[in-house]
Design a protein around this ligand. Structure first.
Ligand SMILES: Cc1ncc(COP(=O)(O)O)c(C=O)c1O
Length: 394
């Protein structure tokens, strides 16, 4: 039954065009996730992004009447706030409609910089990952090479990379795409691995594109450093979606050296024209108040994590807790299939979590859980998780 239920479908990111030649692959995980979100289960540990209730009436005040008017000259340029936070100039920043569009534009930019000299453009992409990263490369480049990040051998600490495997891939590629703060494990790249990747990219003249959608939750930790700061061949992508709970307004940005950003800007204008006025107006206000959410994240970590730790420990589950951010993942005992776990045991307790198979076929017994919700709700959700684990493991 468990195997049959699974054999029909696959939800993890694709690294080849096999089966979808002359077409484009779907973003499979959404086919799993959207119907389950629509069920509106009472308890929800599935949000990898912080759930923070911004007060839009307070944020916008009377300027809400202007959202349909062009924003030029009317708002403080959000690039200024971003440039200050990242210690760059505004010419190093391009605003995009979210990090996902940032992935598209960063890759198009990297391709534009090399396509006249390269016949076959190859992109190395990390796994497990957010499906639009390799699948944008499948659409825009010629070849994609998958490179793996693996859980720590003793269960605790950073997920690591294999230098032999990655070096072989980097040598064959012109572009590498990484997610320093990984979804679903929530851990940052090991500082040694980060330095090694940057050095290999430099030696092999490879452009590094980093999806840093979760980075801001690590901003105040040791060893924090955004990839754009490592050199002219590096492009960083970020947005207000995950850490700052502003996904619906679709506001993100790229950071890179200025000639690269100038190319990215031409690409943005070609595909999108200008940013939407409501997005820019709201973002300009939000950018001034980001520390409110930074504080809320600290508060959620302090209140929520002890409850989660206790329940996982009670069930004998190894819990590799990331030192920052609002989500992490664990492996179910006895190779229990996590899609089955979420669809049967969690559903019976009105709980939603995310199976690891949304990120890689190597993670079919993993579950991603987030502590991104308000502590009272979180406590009830973890109680539902406890019951689900009880019935699944006994
Ligand atoms: C690694 C990563 N990047 C980007 C996004 C989406 O960001 P945005 O809403 O800004 O497009 C996600 C969402 O799950 C993600 O996991």
């Amino acid at each position: 039954m468990r195997d049959n239920a699974r054999s029909m479908t696959r939800y993890w990111p694709r690294f080849t065009r096999e089966g979808v030649e002359n077409s484009v692959a779907p973003i499979d995980y959404l086919e799993w996730y959207i119907p389950r979100l629509q069920e509106e289960r009472k308890h929800n540990l599935s949000f990898s992004g912080m759930q923070f209730d911004w007060d839009f009436t307070e944020l916008l005040g009377e300027s809400v009447d202007d959202i349909g008017k062009t924003f030029f000259g009317d708002i403080e340029d959000p690039r200024e706030t971003i440039a200050k936070r990242e210690d760059v100039e505004i010419e190093n920043v391009l605003i995009t409609h979210g990090a996902t569009q940032g992935i598209n534009i960063a890759l198009l930019t990297a391709i534009a910089k090399i396509r006249d000299n390269i016949d076959n453009i190859t992109v190395a992409v990390e796994s497990p990952t957010y499906a639009p990263i390799p699948q944008t490369a499948l659409i825009l480049a010629d070849d994609v090479i998958r490179i793996n990040k693996s859980p720590p051998t003793n269960g605790l600490g950073h997920w690591r990379i294999d230098y032999t495997e990655w070096q072989a891939a980097i040598e064959k590629s012109q572009i590498i795409m990484i997610t320093p703060i990984s979804n679903p494990c929530g851990w940052n790249l090991h500082p040694e691995d980060k330095d090694w990747i940057i050095e290999q990219a430099r030696i092999n003249d490879v452009i590094v594109i980093a999806d840093e959608a979760y980075n801001d939750a690590y901003r105040y930790t040791d060893d924090y450093r955004s990839i754009h700061s490592f050199g002219d061949n590096c492009i960083s992508i970020n947005s207000l979606t995950k850490v700052y709970s502003m996904g619906p307004i679709r506001f993100g940005w790229l950071i890179a050296e200025r000639e690269t950003i100038a190319i990215a800007r031409s690409i943005f204008m070609t595909f999108s024209g200008v940013m939407s006025s409501p997005t820019m107006r709201i973002a300009a206000k939000v950018m001034k108040k980001l520390d409110t959410v930074d504080d809320a994240i600290e508060h959620y970590r302090k209140e929520n994590l002890p409850i989660l730790r206790n329940v996982l420990q009670k069930h004998g589950i190894v819990w590799n807790e990331p030192p920052a951010g609002v989500f992490g993942c664990f492996e179910l005992p006895n190779n229990i299939n996590s899609e089955y776990f979420v669809d049967y045991f969690c559903k019976a307790n009105d709980l939603l979590a995310v199976p690891g198979s949304m990120f890689s076929e190597k993670m079919i017994s993993w579950v991603r859980v987030a502590w991104s919700i308000e502590p009272k709700k979180f406590e009830l959700a973890v109680r539902a998780l406890d019951k689900s684990l009880n019935s699944a493991l006994n």
